[in-house]
Write a protein that binds this ligand. Structure first.
Ligand code: ATP
Length: 312
């Protein structure tokens, strides 16, 4: 079942179409990433799903509720962690969670227990009674995520959850996102412009560019669909080798640049011994062989015509 769906949803700011007829299907219990450069329309799209912005046209449903006509039900079903940091330095972690629990109407008799659960989930139990000003960037992010979870939402929206964090802290945040997805049965819809985040964290990724979703699938499928692995061979008498190897059935395409030959092939790891033997049998001296699988960046370039920095 899809817990989020949209049909040709659009948002226009004056004469600028920020989101253009987007059809989105987010499977229940998944970690779903909307990947695109700054300005692609990601924040606008999820703001509509969170009922913060009204669509100009099209429709959308979250947890089965219409985002325009049943916005209150939608809001009860979701947690939101947006880009703007909204923690108060002079409150403790626990006080933030208490305030949020009250705000979201978590019943008083279960509030304490729920706060403990969330503190454990985001591993802030030890720091719960310290002021937020003493927290590291990663701890603050975890607290914000925990706060978005306090009322047991079915869907958690995270807008650029690791923006500005160092790589190590980013990986630790991914760990918590996976954990809460698993342990709280919460569907996570996140936006990101980090390729690695989309690739490593998300079950499914929608590539967004200039207001449109261009392609959506599991990262593995997106990369596989691109097909070719790339084998780079450095070899003496490269021109001669290029002529010969380029004629082999298993080579889709071959390119030469200096003493370097690039071969596009399928299942590259199985072919490396074959290529090495082929060269040895004909007296070529191979200096190096390198195998590269397609990356999500390659997928992104194929579908958008530019790298992720290209539209910013
Ligand atoms: P970022 O990660 O930088 O927020 P994004 O992919 O989330 O990028 P949006 O914030 O949704 O992109 O913005 C999409 C486009 O709409 C941008 O060109 C932006 O300048 C424009 N835009 C956003 N909000 C408004 C607004 N209130 N009025 C006019 N234009 C806007």
């Amino acid at each position: 079942m899809n817990i989020i769906e949209t049909e040709a949803i659009s948002k226009r700011y004056d004469d600028f179409l920020a989101v253009n007829r987007v059809d989105l299907q987010v499977p229940e219990d998944s970690i779903y990433g909307v990947l695109g450069p700054n300005g692609a329309g990601k924040t606008t799209l999820i703001s509509m799903l969170c009922t913060i912005l009204h669509p100009t046209s099209g429709r959308g449903w979250v947890n089965g509720y219409d985002i325009v006509r049943e916005s209150k039900k939608v809001r009860e079903s979701i947690g939101i962690v947006f880009q703007s940091r909204a923690l108060d330095d002079i409150l403790t972690g626990r006080e933030h969670l208490e305030m949020h629990a009250a705000l979201y109407g978590v019943p008083g008799d279960i509030r304490k227990q729920r706060i403990e659960e969330v503190l454990e989930l985001i591993a802030l139990g030890d720091k719960a009674d310290e002021y937020v000003k003493t927290y590291s960037g990663g701890m603050k992010r975890r607290l914000e995520i925990g706060r978005g979870l306090i009322h047991h939402p079915r869907v958690l929206f995270l807008d650029e959850p690791t923006l500005g964090l160092d790589p190590q802290t980013r990986e630790s945040i991914w760990k918590y996102i996976r954990k809460l997805n698993r342990e709280e049965d919460v569907t996570v819809l996140l936006t990101t412009h980090y390729m690695e985040e989309a690739d490593k964290l998300c079950d499914e990724v929608a590539i967004m560019s200039r207001g449109r979703i261009i392609k959506a699938d599991a990262p593995r499928n997106l990369k596989r669909e691109l097909g070719a692995d790339k084998i780079t061979v450095k070899v003496d008498r490269a021109g001669e080798f290029y002529e010969l190897i380029g004629k082999q059935d298993y080579v889709r395409e071959a390119f030469i640049s200096g003493d370097e030959i690039k071969l596009l092939v399928e299942a590259g790891e199985n072919l490396i011994p074959e290529i090495v033997n082929f060269a040895a049998a004909r007296g070529f001296y191979i200096r190096s062989v390198e195998l590269e699988h397609p990356t999500l960046e390659d997928v992104f370039i194929k579908y958008t015509g530019s790298g992720i920095g290209g539209e910013a």
